[in-house]
Write a protein that binds this ligand. Structure first.
Ligand SMILES: Cc1ncc(COP(=O)(O)O)c(C=O)c1O
Length: 436
């Protein structure tokens, strides 16, 4: 059925242009189009299809569960599959003793993490308020609360609708902090201390931070020492650290958690989402450190935050188990080498053309372009190149943070092969060359 213009308008999506990729099927990293061409999914959808499209492991798990029963959260049916997800997920991210809340999307994961952090600090530290501090370069979801809290400028509500909330400290990136000389002493972390002290430590429940930035600024990586110092500053003040690893969790940056790239950065709570559902199910997991979880059941504690009708549902859990099956069968050595090769090749993209800077790690990169070059480059990448008839899709980041920047998110499925990565590099290089 043809989708004509008025019908397109019927669907209220984001302000991003609606895609014209008419996909009839998908397998691994490839999207197959109605006109017979195929397009490489160079951003894993919205940086979520981490185990590729059409996974038989996921399909079989979901099929088996739906043949048994499809609804039944932990308040209704003994949550066998959900407990298995919790167990295997915690092991996968090297936090084997954590407690886990399973909810239906990244935004709700952040909301629930905020609720849990407030409960914990109220009981443990008798905090007066439950303020949550975020950075000027951050995105934490699309609810009224998370939009108001975070620093994604384009998505911020009008000031009058923001409940008086907003980002509290500058991000540790240029131009607010210039580390270009490579001599950062992590003094940018002192900004976090200043922000907490300005509110009064008795009023701050947690600092909420993306350890590696996702799509707001395009894979900004903090300077070494930054996250460790932020953790120390928070501990000195009885403030919890929440890592938003909705996008980066489960190997996207090359390690189970992005924070594993640095010592001494273990958060009190961590939120995972995209890599756990991998586009097959909508899910987020909030992990709570074992020394804190018992406080949530303390006699004086507030009730746990409400998590929703579809929280921890069995089909969701079945899909997650299939995704974990896939992740557990990754050849980590080859996977790591592929990520490093991808990063090295991207950093060698022609400098005289649209590309301004490349940053990132593992299987997550931001290719920042000069102003005005983003949409032409995205379009060019989808066209056949001199070396192939297939194109590549990349999700854009569009200058919505501070610092402002725009470019392509390069984030292929983690299950991509050597040949897949070669194709991706060649397709992007050809597109950049064509516009140089
Ligand atoms: C870092 C981060 N936090 C939270 C979210 C919100 O997740 P969701 O879109 O699943 O609600 C996103 C989504 O892109 C994200 O990248």
């Amino acid at each position: 059925m043809d989708v004509d213009v008025p019908r397109r308008e019927r669907l209220l999506t984001s302000s991003r242009p609606m895609s014209d990729l008419d996909v009839v099927s998908a397998s691994g990293p490839w999207l197959y189009l109605a006109d017979g061409r195929r397009i490489f999914d160079g951003s894993s959808g919205l940086v979520c299809v981490n185990v590729g499209h059409g996974s038989a492991k996921v399909r079989n798990r979901v099929k088996a569960q739906s043949a048994r029963f499809s609804f039944g959260g932990p308040a209704v049916v003994r949550p066998r599959a959900q407990l298995e997800v919790a167990e295997r997920l915690c092991r996968a991210v090297r936090r084997p003793q954590d407690s886990v809340a399973l909810v239906t999307c990244g935004t709700l994961g952040v909301e629930v993490a905020i609720g849990l952090a407030r409960n914990i600090t109220r009981v443990r530290d008798r905090k007066r308020r439950g303020d949550i501090l975020t950075s000027t370069l951050s995105y934490h979801g699309n609810s009224a609360l998370t939009l108001a809290l975070a620093g994604n400028h384009a998505r911020r509500p009008r000031e009058a609708d923001a409940f008086g909330l907003g980002p509290a400290f500058p991000a540790p990136y240029t131009p607010t902090h210039d580390h270009s000389g490579g001599t950062c002493d992590a003094s940018c972390a002192a900004e976090v201390a200043k922000a907490i002290d300005a509110r009064g430590t008795e009023n701050v429940a947690a600092v909420l931070i993306e350890p590696v930035n996702g799509t707001t600024g395009g894979a900004y990586v903090p300077p070494p020492g930054y996250l460790k110092r932020v953790s120390e500053i928070c501990r000195e003040r009885d403030v919890l650290v929440i890592h938003d690893e909705v996008l980066t969790g489960l190997w996207r940056t090359g390690t189970p958690l992005a924070s594993h790239h640095w010592e001494g950065t273990e958060p009190d709570l961590v939120i995972l989402s995209k890599g756990l559902g991998a586009g097959y199910t909508s899910v987020a997991a909030v992990l709570v450190a074992p020394e804190l979880a018992p406080l949530l059941r303390h006699a004086d504690a507030d009730p746990l935050p409400a998590m929703g009708t579809m929280a921890a549902n069995p089909l969701q859990a079945a899909a997650c188990l299939g995704v974990l099956d896939e992740l557990e069968s990754l050849d980590l050595k080859a996977f790591t080498a592929r990520g490093e090769r991808l990063g090295a090749a991207l950093r060698e993209l022609p400098g005289a053309g649209p590309v301004k800077e490349v940053r990132g790690l593992g299987h997550l990169y931001g290719v920042e372009v000069h102003p005005g070059r983003l949409w032409p480059l995205m379009k060019q990448a989808q066209m056949p190149g001199p070396h192939n008839r297939d194109g590549a899709f990349f999700y854009p980041f569009t200058g919505t943070g501070h610092p402002r920047s725009e470019g392509l998110v390069v984030a292929p499925p983690l299950t991509s092969t050597d040949d897949d990565i070669d194709f991706l590099i060649a397709a992007l290089r050809d597109a950049v060359t064509a516009l140089s």
